[in-house]
Design a protein around this ligand. Structure first.
Ligand code: ATP
Ligand code: MG
Ligand code: MG
Ligand code: MG
Length: 467
C-alpha cells in the first residue's frame, strides 16, 4: 500500500531523528524577526542566526517539516498554481540541517539512503544536478554513491549556487530530480524543456561553505554547514504513483470537497486545483495571524482569497463558498496542525467576511472585464482598465492577469503602474485638501465651543437672577 502524506512526513522526521537530529517544530509563516522576508519560504529561515553563528542551540543537527508560503516577495509561485504539476502557494518543506557538524559527503549519503532504502525509490529514476565547479560533489555522487556520469548534470547558474544575501554564508547546491516517465512532457534540468512535468525537482541540498565578503572574496567558512529542503507534496506524488502534486491524498480530498461545495462534477477543472491550493495558504496564513488588508502581508492574503473566490465563481459556486472548505482542510491536516481545529471558527469568519465583501463587486467587475476583452484589439489588456477594475471593483492586478491569461492575453503592467502612480498623486492632493478641511473643522469647532461657553454663562447668569 502506498504511504499517506502524513506517513511520509513522519518517516522523514524519524529517519533523521534516528541519526541524531533534533526534531524541531515548524515555525510560523510570519517570520519572527526578519523584516526582509515576507513569509517563511524555506526550512532554513528559522535557523538563519544559527547558520550565521550569532545564535547557539543545544544541538548541531536538526530536522523539521516547515510550512512555507511562496506568494508575493522574492519567491513567488502564485502565478504557477494551476499551470504546473508541482507548485503551490502553501507547501511543506522537509529538511535536515547541520550546523557545522556533518558536511557534503554525509548530506548526500543521507539523502540517497532515505530515498532509495527508506522510501525504496528506484535508483534509475533519479538524476542529480551539481554546481558546475563543484568537482567534490561530482566525485561523491559518482564514486561513492554510484550515480552514472550521464545522470549528474552540471549547472552553471545561480539555480545551483545558494546565498543568504549579497554577503555572508553561501555555497553550491546539488538537487535531486525524479523522472516521471516518457509519457509526460518535459526535459531534464539544463535543457530548454526543463519546465515540463516529466523531470521534477524533489530535493535541494545546500552546501554552505563560503563566507562572501563585500569585495566579492569567498572565504572558506570555518565550520561548513548543511541546509536541505524537499517538498513533501512532491515526494508524496512519487510514492502515491501519481504525476502531479494535485493528485496526492490531501489534494484529492480537498478537490472533491470543493467540487461538492461549488456543485460541479468534473474533477479535472483547473479552477478546482487553484481553490484547493488557495484554501491551504489562506487558512494557514490566518491561523498564523495574518489578516486581509490593503498592504504588505495582508494584501497578499487578500489577493489569494480574491483569486480563489473568482475561480469558485467560475466553477459555478452559488453564494459564499470558500470558508466552507476549512472543515475539509482541518480533516486532512488537523492532526499535524492542531491550530486548524483550534482556530477553525476564526479562519472561517475572516474568509467569510472577506468573500462577502468582494462578492459585491466581483460579478459587475467580471462583466466589465469580459465585455472589454471581447472587444479588445491586440493581445494586451490596457493598464487603464486593469486600474479601473482594481480601483472600483477590488480586482488585484494579478487576478485580472489570471483572467487574461486564460484567454491567451496579457496585461499592460507598466500602464497599470502608471495609473497607480497617478492615483497616488491625486490622493496626495486630496490629503492636502484634508489638511485645510481639518483646519476649517477645528476653527468651526472652536466657535461652537465658544458659543457653548457663552450659553452656559447665560444660563448661570439667569440662575443667579432667578435666585
Ligand atoms: P522549482 O525549481 O521547482 O520552482 P525551487 O528550486 O524553487 O523549485 P527550492 O527553493 O530549491 O525550490 O526549495 C526546495 C524544495 O521545495 C524543492 O526542491 C521542492 O521540492 C520544494 N518546493 C519549492 N517550491 C515549491 C512550491 N511552490 N510548491 C511545492 N513545493 C515546492
Ligand atoms: Mg521555484
Ligand atoms: Mg529549482
Ligand atoms: Mg531548487
Amino acid at each position: 500500500m502506498s504511504k499517506s502524506t502524513a506517513q511520509i512526513r513522519q518517516a522523514f522526521l524519524n529517519f533523521f531523528a534516528d541519526k541524531g537530529h533534533q526534531k524541531v517544530s515548524s515555525s510560523s509563516l510570519v517570520p519572527s524577526d526578519d523584516p526582509t522576508l515576507l513569509f517563511t519560504n524555506a526550512g532554513m529561515n528559522q535557523f538563519k542566526d544559527v547558520f550565521l553563528g550569532t545564535e547557539q542551540r543545544k544541538y548541531t543537527r536538526a530536522t523539521s517539516s516547515q510550512r512555507c508560503v511562496r506568494a508575493g516577495g522574492k519567491h513567488n509561485d502564485l502565478e504557477n498554481v494551476g499551470y504546473t504539476a508541482r507548485h503551490h502557494t502553501f507547501f511543506e518543506m522537509l529538511g535536515n540541517f547541520s550546523f557545522g557538524d556533518y558536511f557534503k559527503q554525509q548530506a548526500i549519503a543521507y539523502a540517497w539512503t532515505f530515498l532509495t532504502q527508506e522510501l525504496k525509490l528506484p535508483k534509475e529514476k533519479l538524476l542529480v544536478t551539481i554546481y558546475s565547479e563543484d568537482d567534490e560533489a561530482f566525485d561523491i555522487w559518482h564514486n561513492e554513491i554510484g550515480v552514472p556520469k550521464e545522470k549528474i548534470i552540471r549547472i552553471a547558474t545561480s539555480d545551483n549556487f545558494w546565498s543568504m544575501g549579497d554577503t555572508g554564508p553561501c555555497g553550491p547546491c546539488s538537487e535531486i530530480f525524479y523522472d516521471h516517465g516518457e509519457h509526460i512532457w518535459g526535459g531534464p534540468p539544463g535543457t530548454p524543456e526543463e519546465d515540463g512535468d516529466r523531470f521534477i525537482e524533489i530535493w535541494n541540498l545546500v552546501f554552505m561553505q563560503f563566507n562572501r565578503q563585500a569585495n566579492g572574496d569567498m572565504l572558506p567558512l570555518p565550520k561548513p554547514s548543511i541546509d536541505t529542503g524537499m517538498g513533501l507534496e512532491r515526494i508524496s506524488a512519487i510514492l502515491q504513483n501519481v504525476h502531479s502534486n494535485y493528485e496526492i491524498d490531501i489534494f484529492q480530498n480537498l478537490i472533491k470537497a470543493t467540487a461538492e461545495i461549488v456543485g460541479t462534477s468534473s474533477l479535472e477543472d483547473k479552477s478546482l486545483r487553484v481553490v484547493a491550493d488557495h484554501i491551504r495558504s489562506c487558512s494557514f496564513l490566518i491561523s498564523d495571524g495574518v489578516m486581509p488588508s490593503n498592504e504588505g502581508r495582508g494584501y497578499v492574503l487578500r489577493r489569494i482569497i480574491r483569486r480563489a473566490v473568482r475561480h469558485g465563481n467560475k466553477l459555478g459556486a452559488k453564494g459564499v463558498f470558500f470558508y466552507k472548505l476549512v472543515a475539509a482542510l482541518a480533516t486532512e491536516m488537523g492532526d499535524a496542525y492542531p491550530e486548524l481545529n483550534e482556530q477553525r471558527a476564526v479562519i472561517e469568519k475572516v474568509l467569510r467576511v472577506e468573500e462577502e465583501q468582494f462578492s459585491r463587486t466581483l460579478e459587475r467587475g467580471m462583466l466589465i472585464l469580459n465585455d472589454a476583452l471581447s472587444e479588445l484589439e491586440g493581445k494586451v489588456v490596457p493598464g487603464e482598465l486593469v486600474f479601473k477594475l482594481y480601483d472600483t471593483y477590488g480586482f488585484p492586478a494579478d487576478l485580472t492577469n489570471d483572467v487574461a491569461r486564460e484567454k491567451g492575453l496579457s496585461i499592460d503592467e507598466e500602464g497599470f503602474e502608471q495609473a497607480m502612480a497617478e492615483q497616488r498623486k491625486r490622493a496626495q492632493k486630496a490629503s492636502n485638501f484634508d489638511l485645510d478641511y481639518n483646519e476649517q473643522l477645528r476653527s468651526d469647532l472652536e466657535s461652537v465651543f465658544v458659543g457653548y461657553e457663552l450659553e452656559q454663562n447665560t444660563a448661570q447668569i439667569k440662575e443667579i437672577f432667578v435666585q
